[in-house]
Design a protein around this ligand. Sequence first.
Ligand SMILES: Nc1ncnc2c1ncn2[C@@H]1O[C@H](COP(=O)(O)OP(=O)(O)OP(=O)(O)O)[C@@H](O)[C@H]1O
Ligand SMILES: O=C(O)[C@H](O)COP(=O)(O)O
Length: 399
Amino acid sequence: MAIETLDDLAVQGTTLGVRIDINSPLTDEGALADDARLRAHVETLSELLDRGGRVAVLAHQGRPGGDEFRDLRPHADRLDELLDAPVGYADGTFSGEARRKIENLDDGQAVVLENTRFYSEEYMEFPADRAGETELVDKLAPVLDAYVNDAFAAAHRSQPSIVGFPTRIPAYAGRVMESELDVLGDIESTPEPRTYVVGGAKVPDSLAVAESVLERGLADEVLTTGVVANVFLLADGTDLGDASADFVYEQGYWDEIDRAADLLAEYGDRIRLPVDLAVERDGERHEIAAGDLPPREGEAAMDVGTATIEAYGETVEGSGTVVLNGPAGVFEDETFARGTRELFETATDAEFSVVGGGDTAAAIREFDVEGFDHVSTGGGAALNMLTGEDLPAVEALRN
Ligand SMILES: Nc1ncnc2c1ncn2[C@@H]1O[C@H](COP(=O)(O)OP(=O)(O)OP(=O)(O)O)[C@@H](O)[C@H]1O
Ligand SMILES: O=C(O)[C@H](O)COP(=O)(O)O
């Protein structure tokens, strides 16, 4: 079934639950470190408000237990600045108070509901029917006329606020969702050879992508960077030193090392590992060739080194399609930003370049890299889509 868009929705005077993805990097104090994801949704929100909608915004921030698991007040304040309409904030997601705030909205007004993941069911994956019976959906569906999903970046999560509402009320794709599906839906016909550069810190997601594109013959090569590369190096038997190994174990990525080893055994000729890494020594960047590892005690691998940047750069430049996800190092620290900045700049020279990810988009903005053919708002979601996997959010909108 075709997905309905905002063109199919009579907005005026209706109360809409609008799921967006404004999961953003935060400062230590909990302020927004980057507002790119908020700005991405301005088009959809402005359109709905201009057309007389009453908008209840649903969104998450961080993961339970993580440093960035915080409330959405800064996001609400920033949306209030970005949009011409007034944007309020409710410190509950579906409490009586939150529902009253929704019911008291006037045409052209919005309220941001509290972080959906403050409720345990929202961090579980359900089939859509079951998601439609969760507390969150059960309490909110009766006060909403329709649901709009613009949260492409969370479309790979089968969570209540993503897949539950379409089982209860009419559902539509927002403008971000619509344009992402248009561009990424046709990725299998992009020019060859195709290179996937996987980095960042969400190792399980990245390994799933690497496995899929290698298995399906979609990737000619997978270049690894970031924590993902560290996991592959550990799987390959490289002694990275205690600091990097401890970081990987603290994240609970034990099993990922075994999984990376299996991938190396099966597809080793198409997976590339860094040939050098950067650590901090005496307050400065210090590079170590892979053959000279481990680093000194307490030194962690924070970026790929210059020889890796050059070797990867040559592959990337000569590619028909480059798909980039995740920064190559701790780009937030200028000392370790080089790998991310230079690989991103080189990627724009490929015939067709696609890049995705929340932190990745933040890095692109920070480094002012221009020239990508498509900058996706989604990391895991974009890559799932690029590998041809069904996205639960999209399936839910189809039904
Ligand atoms: N070697 C490293 N050691 C520690 N952290 C790293 C390293 N390399 C990258 N990172 C961190 O990875 C984080 C980003 O990873 P992440 O996987 O969340 O990327 P992303 O672009 O946001 O993708 P997604 O949209 O899937 O979340 C950054 O905060 C960066 O500092
Ligand atoms: O940043 C993302 O990729 C999305 O917001 C989804 O977040 P998650 O990976 O914590 O589900």
